[in-house]
Structure formats: structure tokens, C-alpha cells
Ligand binder design. Sequence first.
Ligand code: AP5
Ligand code: MG
Ligand code: ZN
Length: 217
Amino acid sequence: MKIVLLGPPGAGKGTQAKFISEKYSIPHISTGDIFRKNISEKTPLGVKAKSYLDAGKLVPDEVTIDIVKDRLSMKDCKNGFLLDGFPRTVNQAEALDLFLNGKGEQIDTALLIDVPKELILERMTGRRVCPSCGASYHIKFNPTKVKGKCDACGADVIQRKDDTESTVKDRLDVYGKQTQPLIGYYEKQNQLSKVDGTGEIDKVFERVINVLGAVGK
Ligand code: AP5
Ligand code: MG
Ligand code: ZN
């Protein structure tokens, strides 16, 4: 399966991506995670990306597109992949289509996780993430089993720097202007599928499996 996950910040893309990538044995590729890893390791890419992430702005397309192409060229993407947080602009979506078409391939679906704006702020400000394996938690909706420690790998979970109320608002604004047009883009290509992202995490996953099962047929 070749899947693109769409949805506003805080929709649960990263949360569902963990389950989907396990179920379908495909790599979970999150551009946000790639940027954060590079920032924490202070690589040249990290130095370039940091100010954009801190401000909730998009890293320029010319940087982001090449990173994803390189990643998709790796062996583990041969049987499929799950893109989380990419594409985020129409330009990125076109570049992805071109890249895949060049190999005679295309995505199976762009899956939109639909969550109303009102729910997002609480999800984001209560989020804790694992800097080591990328797992996502929530102090109220999805707490770690041991306080402050990642269930999957035991590392200390942290709060993302861009999860403050004002940066979340900026990110939602960027989403509306630059990313939301992708819904129409994929709809036009008959590649859009949608799930309701409200309710409990495992209920959302059930809906995701149903939708992906229908796509796979
Ligand atoms: P990125 O890391 O992609 O952030 P985002 O899109 O803003 O999305 P989030 O990771 O915030 O939300 P999510 O949907 O993954 O939600 P999660 O599952 O964690 O990007 C960060 C930055 O990197 C961007 O601002 C930009 O600067 C840069 N960037 C990345 N990609 C780029 C690109 N392609 N081009 C240019 N720049 C790029 O869930 C959120 C919280 O809710 C968690 O606490 C979770 O536990 C909780 N939760 C999840 N599901 C539920 C549920 N059903 N009920 C209750 N709580 C839930
Ligand atoms: Mg995420
Ligand atoms: Zn972890």
C-alpha cells in the first residue's frame, strides 16, 4: 500500500500512522519527525529547518521534496509506504505524483483524518512525544503507562516546542491556506478517502482499517 495521510495538525496522523505501518508492514515516513531528528542532531538540514518549525511555518518545498524523494528511493519502500505530513502543498503533491509516475507507480489513496478545529487545541497542548522513536501520547487521552516514559522504548517523553497555543494557531492557519487545497487535489484524481478522526484512538483505527480495506480491493 502506498498511502498519504492528510489532516490538520493534531488530527492524529502520527498516532494512527504507528498502527497502520505495523498492520501493513510499511515504513512510516513523517517529514516532521525527520526535521525534528535533524534539529536535535544539529545537522545542516536541522539548522536550516529549525526556524520554520519553531514558527509553525512550512520548510521550503525545494528542501522538503528532495528529502522525501531520497527516502522513498530506499529499499524498504519497495512494497509501499505511509507518508505522514507530506505532501503539504500542491507543489509537493505534484512532485510526488511525478516522482511515482516516473516509476510507473501511484499512491493507492490519500486518507484524510477529519477532526473539527475545536478539538485540536486540547489535543496539541496535552501532547507528549518520544524524541527517540516518535511515539505520540496525550496526558489525558492517551497517557504513557509509566509517567513520563515512552511505552515503546522507555525514553523520556517531551513536549514539542511548537505545541504552544499561539504556534498551534499559526500552524492551523498555515494548514488552511497551504495544505487544505490538497483535499480537492486528491478528490479530483479520485484518490481521496476520509475517516472521522473524533472519538477514541482505537475506534478511529477501526475506521481507518475499514477504509483502507475497501481501497485495497
Ligand atoms: P508535523 O510533525 O507533521 O506536525 P503537524 O502536521 O502539525 O501534525 P502533528 O504531528 O502536530 O499532528 P498529528 O496529526 O500527527 O497528531 P498526533 O497523532 O500527534 O510537522 C511539524 C512541522 O514540520 C511543520 O509545522 C513544518 O514546519 C515542518 N514540516 C513537516 N512536514 C513538512 C512538509 N511536508 N513541508 C514543509 N514543512 C514541513 O496527535 C495529536 C495529539 O492528540 C496527541 O497528543 C495524541 O495522543 C492525541 N490524539 C490522537 N488521536 C486522538 C483521539 N482519537 N482522541 C483524543 N486524542 C487523540
Ligand atoms: Mg505528527
Ligand atoms: Zn519511544
